[in-house]
Design a protein around this ligand. Sequence first.
Ligand SMILES: [Fe+2]
Ligand SMILES: [Fe+2]
Length: 253
Amino acid sequence: MPNYGPMQITKNMKMADVIHLNYLLLNILSRFNITLGFGDKTVEEVCGEHKVNVEFFLEITNSYHDENYFPKKQLQGFPVHLIVNYLKKTHDYYLDKKIPEIAELILRLTTQFPPSTLPGIDLLNRFFIDYKEELTRHIQREDDSIMPYILEVEQAFNSKKLSGMLFEKIKAEFIEKFALEHDNVEDKLYDLKNIIIKYLPPIEDQDLCNQIFIELSRLERDLNNHARIEDKVLIPMVMHMERKLLEQGAYRK
Ligand SMILES: [Fe+2]
Ligand SMILES: [Fe+2]
């Protein structure tokens, strides 16, 4: 089927052109520890220098760049730990960078316009604090319990050795339960954006409000892509490995 979506990113493109094409991809580069200053090097050359799997890099950047490009099949061909590493880097980016940045902007707003006098700003502030707590809980659960479990399953799958403990966890439907409970942290950002557009009082520093809105929208987009990889790629991969492990009777007492 012809692809009428945005231009696809390929390994022979110059990395500089990729960023000109979509500056939001800068966020992805830092998750792969790729730094700026690529000169005229191609995507493949830059990835090679930074010891990044170029095919994996292309799948991630393309799925980010074009929402309709979703390489479920291709991504499922990569080792699970590559995907886990990428997702964990993204978690760090949210908690250590993005959320503090937005918090800083909201702090500027509340300092200039004391919430006690402006109920809309108070609402935005409280809503954001709640959101931050919720996102932190969501990510901590994934980092502390889900990702280690997934890596354990991958290891068992590769070595064809399943410990009794892991066997029990698979039987207890650990990942199925997570998949069911895995909630949409990005939906709440929509409500936050609504507060800004609908309920903030007219204030002088409109630019600051616009900036907060834009940052929330970028975060929302990023989280959307992140959750798609978790739900549509990672979880099915884990379930597949679990099934194979049980079928192969890899569990030995
Ligand atoms: Fe996540
Ligand atoms: Fe998640």
